[in-house]
Design a protein around this ligand. Structure first.
Ligand code: NAD
Length: 231
């Protein structure tokens, strides 16, 4: 299973590329590691403002699509989820084996000593005017634990890659498949299905393409497998 921002739009979190999505309000250039390291003041003003769309994440609920994937894992129908999302909604829904290949919004870390901190500490420091936020251990700069353009992917990406190569079928949900290297995963799988609201460049090689909302599609799939779902 590979998921992208589109699976969370029905929870009220905007994606990047849909009309009205985050890229229509912010410049993609602010989410780069080069801005973070070369001009941290600017990054922490603009880049963190962009991540503000996830500020109320504590109160954001998963929806039926996340729930069905968690149920499928419990039933042994799904080996794991490789997600580009940083919102943690798969885990909220009960999914256990989740590879967060673009990081997450629960943590930050020090770029010098690598000490992990809670994301809330980072946002509190920034609100108090500590820009860039400083590590209490070594005085290095703290940064969010999300993967920025130009960052190397976390080590779990290699495990995710192996899972995809070994799987019988990859189901891709809610991703434009425009972000590398994750958009190479479908081509590395034996076969793949795409469920996405809009067309993607990878539709042509998929064994099934379903242009549908994630919630409606997964509810239908679950009904076919098990009957009505109560969430
Ligand atoms: P994207 O914005 O490029 O593509 C999202 C795709 O989902 C679009 O093709 C859109 O048509 C489709 N979509 C939107 N709503 C849908 C729905 N209800 N059902 C089915 N499809 C729907 O997002 P991406 O491919 O994930 O890649 C971009 C990056 O976005 C990732 O790196 C990710 O970290 C980041 N991101 C994450 C979140 C999040 O964590 N929720 C939110 C925004 C962006």
């Amino acid at each position: 299973m590979l998921t992208g921002a589109g699976i969370s739009t029905e929870s009220g979190i905007p994606d990047f590329r849909s009309p009205g999505g985050i890229w229509s309000k912010f410049d993609a250039g602010v989410m780069t590691s080069s801005l973070l390291y070369e001009n941290p003041e600017e990054f922490f003003k603009q880049g963190m403002a962009m991540l503000g769309f996830l500020e109320d994440i504590e109160n954001t609920k998963h929806h039926v699509a996340h729930q069905v994937l968690a149920e499928m894992e419990k039933e042994g129908l799904l080996a794991c989820i490789v997600t580009q999302n940083i919102d943690g909604l798969h885990q909220k829904a009960g999914s256990k084996k989740v590879y967060e290949v673009h990081g997450n919004i629960r943590e930050g870390y020090c770029v010098s000593c690598n000490k992990k901190v809670e994301f809330s500490l980072l946002t509190r420091k920034i609100k108090e005017g500590e820009i860039p936020p400083i590590c209490g251990e070594c005085g290095g700069m703290l940064r969010p634990g999300v993967v920025l353009f130009g960052d190397r992917l976390p080590d779990c990406y290699q495990e995710a890659l192996a899972e995809v190569k070994n799987s019988d079928l990859l189901l891709v949900i809610g991703s434009s498949l425009e972000v590398a290297p994750v958009n190479n995963l479908p081509a590395l799988s034996k076969k793949y299905i795409i469920i996405n609201k809009e067309k993607t460049y990878h539709d042509r090689s998929a064994c099934i393409v379903w242009h549908e909302k994630a919630g409606a599609a997964l509810e239908k799939i679950w009904q076919l497998i098990q009957g009505p779902i109560n969430i």
